[in-house]
Design a protein around this ligand. Structure first.
Ligand SMILES: NC(=O)c1ccc[n+]([C@@H]2O[C@H](COP(=O)([O-])OP(=O)(O)OC[C@H]3O[C@@H](n4cnc5c(N)ncnc54)[C@H](O)[C@@H]3O)[C@@H](O)[C@H]2O)c1
Length: 268
């Protein structure tokens, strides 16, 4: 049997990975594992300051990382980010579409602008980066890996106030499958990760804002944890490890799949 040795399976040396929204939370958990595996990591984040802090943490460990200020909902930003990545690292092999927002807004108060904003970041952002990065991967002719961070909300709602978010994440899942079908001829494999409740800065502010809707944040958080068969929320590294699996040769025969990483939450 002609198999890759175990120590080579997770080796990403010489590969370049773009992680959108990689400055904190799940994105940083992913950027950390990819950098540790040897990849050159590009943190493509809207907020420059937190991205620079994240890069410092990674390069402080002797790993390779740069930040490029990017708003994934803006086509020109995405094009510039890709051009800069290719200039700095001479190509791109892995794209992680992680940037996403989840403002809780009851339907009755949701404006068209609120709806459009969530779709623009969570869904159009995935389209824009996938379109331009896959074009570059096709030009390079060495295949690639695209990983979309969707959500268990791509399958089942987790909370009220997230109708726009759930629409965007169902969209990401559909987009993942169709892109996987189209890009397979170029050896570009496209998969998704559907996280459950993960402790991140974004989730912390989500729970704080529930107060404004008359919901007790602690009770809401405890109610979610009680629903999880593993009896704990996830950590960014729980997602980082699965992203490393999907970015590496460990997942050599997978495309168009969505891996649910939720401590069993959807079972309950
Ligand atoms: N945390 C969870 O429980 C959970 C569960 C399921 C899915 N997700 C998904 O995981 C992803 C990350 O979530 P998180 O909880 O880590 O979020 P977070 O708010 O903690 O971090 C998000 C990061 O993305 C950046 N960002 C926001 N908008 C951007 C834009 N337009 N362009 C580029 N960068 C942008 C932010 O600056 C930040 O660095 C999102 O797609 C989210 O929907 C999270």
């Amino acid at each position: 049997m002609n198999t890759l040795p175990l120590d080579k399976l997770l080796d990403l040396k010489g590969k370049t990975a773009i992680v959108t929204g990689g400055a904190m939370g799940i994105g940083f958990g992913i950027a950390y594992r990819l950098a540790e595996a040897g990849a050159n990591v590009v943190i493509a984040n809207k907020d420059k300051q937190s991205a620079e802090k994240a890069v410092k943490e990674l390069t402080g460990k002797g790993w390779k990382a740069v930040s490029i200020e990017t708003d994934v909902s803006q086509e020109e930003d995405v094009k510039k980010m890709l051009a800069e990545t290719v200039r700095v690292f001479d190509g791109v092999d892995i794209l992680v579409n992680n940037a996403g927002i989840y403002p809780s807004i009851p339907l009755a108060n949701m404006t068209s602008a609120d709806f459009d904003n969530v779709i623009a970041v969570n869904l159009r952002g995935v389209f824009l980066t996938t379109k331009y990065v896959s074009q570059e991967m096709i030009k390079q002719g060495r295949g690639g890996k695209i990983i979309n961070v969707s959500s268990i909300d791509a399958l089942h709602p987790s909370s009220v106030g997230l109708a726009h978010y759930d629409a965007s994440k169902h969209g990401v899942w559909g987009f993942t499958k169709n892109a996987a079908l189209e890009l397979a001829q170029h050896k570009i494999w496209v998969n998704a990760i559907a996280p459950g409740a993960i402790r991140t800065p974004g989730v912390e502010s989500f729970f704080k804002k529930l107060k404004e809707q008359g919901i007790n944040p602690k009770q809401a958080f405890d109610a979610i944890n009680a629903k999880i068969p593993m009896h704990r929320s996830g950590e960014p590294d729980d997602i980082g490890k699965v992203a490393l699996f999907l970015a590496s040769e460990m997942s050599s025969y997978m495309t168009g799949e969505q891996v649910v990483v939720d401590g069993g939450m959807l079972l309950a």
